[in-house]
Design a protein around this ligand. Structure first.
Ligand SMILES: [Zn+2]
Length: 140
């Protein structure tokens, strides 16, 4: 992985990971930027490119009835300045925390199985998709 001058090191990426919910799924984009999808279900997406770190809310939109598409909603971008390392980590910590809170605020409880689930996993306001398929015979 090639990093430009002043770009976060592996060690720093590890530190930033420790601020976010696990598990992590890491993706490397064609342009060489790295994306960390944090949490399962996903809560926050952290993108590292040559000069900055972008925090986005994990959101899913349906492109048709069977095709969920992750559409990250940008919450904030921080330019990476090595001299401001502590300030930047603090800012990232706040951003990640508020993004996760916003995501979890959208979770709904299934009245059948009691699980707290993200909106894209719900069949309707009361029932999750897996309960809908076992109770109503709906097949996905
Ligand atoms: Zn359920």
């Amino acid at each position: 992985m090639r990093w430009g001058k002043g770009v976060p090191s592996e060690e720093l990426i590890e530190l930033i990971r420790s601020l976010a919910p696990s598990p992590f799924r890491e993706e490397i984009e064609p342009d060489g930027s790295r994306t960390l999808v944090c949490g399962d279900p996903g809560e926050v997406i952290i993108r590292f490119d040559n000069t900055c770190i972008t925090i986005s809310l994990f959101e899913v939109q349906w492109k048709g009835p069977y095709t969920p598409v992750v559409t990250p909603r940008e919450m904030g971008t921080v330019n990476w300045v090595p001299e401001l390392r502590q300030d930047i980590l603090l800012t990232l910590s706040h951003l990640i925390h508020s993004t996760c809170n916003q995501r979890r605020a959208d979770f709904r409880s299934c009245t059948i199985c009691g699980e707290s689930l993200p909106p894209e996993w719900m069949f309707n306001h009361e029932m999750c998709q897996s309960c809908a398929s076992s109770q109503l015979g709906i097949v996905y």
